[in-house]
Design a protein around this ligand. Structure first.
Ligand SMILES: C[S@@+](CC[C@H](N)C(=O)[O-])C[C@H]1O[C@@H](n2cnc3c(N)ncnc32)[C@H](O)[C@@H]1O
Length: 184
């Protein structure tokens, strides 16, 4: 086998492994790595503006995927620190590349359930129906009361949203909660 053949084989194996890693993480989390589009990120930004982020606010983007929402948040709130956490290696490394020049973005690879979110002033997420109850339990354990939480498309069904915003994007409305937002 020539050097070129070996390189091509290694490249194919690497791409196959990265694609497989997407399927494996999706199987573990039950969430595909879809990106939010610009109208959806605009809805999240508008709700966070409504919540009035302070200068230097820490915002966690849980399941930051390919980085679309992290980047939109970092542009909209240049004085905030946007911390994205993503489990899937390929989206994570792509997001690192996309946000490489943004000083107010910090990206971590891992499971957001292993993180204490106690210094958050706001949290955003765009997941699926199934992980929402377990995420609510994490937020109950770690968030300070009154922390703004914005969920795109999939809502916390047992919590009271303070505001919602319909988005003409493909997956519907975003909801703002002031955690724990328990229903009366
Ligand atoms: C629908 S995508 C949204 C990506 C991004 N938030 C956006 O709006 O463009 C959801 C992402 O959450 C990630 N995810 C799901 N559960 C996770 C967990 N427990 N820890 C870290 N990432 C997780 C998935 O791998 C996926 O990339």
């Amino acid at each position: 086998m020539s050097g070129l053949d070996l390189l091509s084989t290694l490249a194919v194996l690497l791409v196959a492994a990265l694609c497989l890693s997407i399927l494996i993480v999706q199987g573990l989390t039950g969430v595909p790595p879809l990106s939010s589009n610009s109208t959806e990120t605009a809805a999240v930004v508008a709700l966070l503006r409504q919540a009035g982020l302070a200068e230097g606010a820490v915002v966690y983007e849980l399941g930051s995927g390919w980085g679309s929402l992290v980047i939109a948040l970092a542009r909209a709130f240049p004085k905030a620190e946007i911390r994205g956490i993503e489990m899937s290696p390929l989206p994570y490394w792509v997001s690192r590349f996309r946000a490489r020049t943004m000083p107010n973005v910090l990206l971590r690879r891992g499971n957001f359930h292993d993180h204490d979110l106690g210094d958050a002033q706001a949290v955003t997420c765009y997941l699926m129906i199934k992980p929402m109850p377990k995420l609510a339990a994490l937020l109950d354990r770690t968030l300070r009361p009154g922390t703004a939480v914005v969920s795109l498309s999939f809502w916390f069904r047992d919590r009271q949203a303070a505001a919602t915003l319909e988005s003409p994007g493909r997956l519907g409305a975003a909801a703002l909660y002031y955690w724990p937002a328990r229903r009366a």
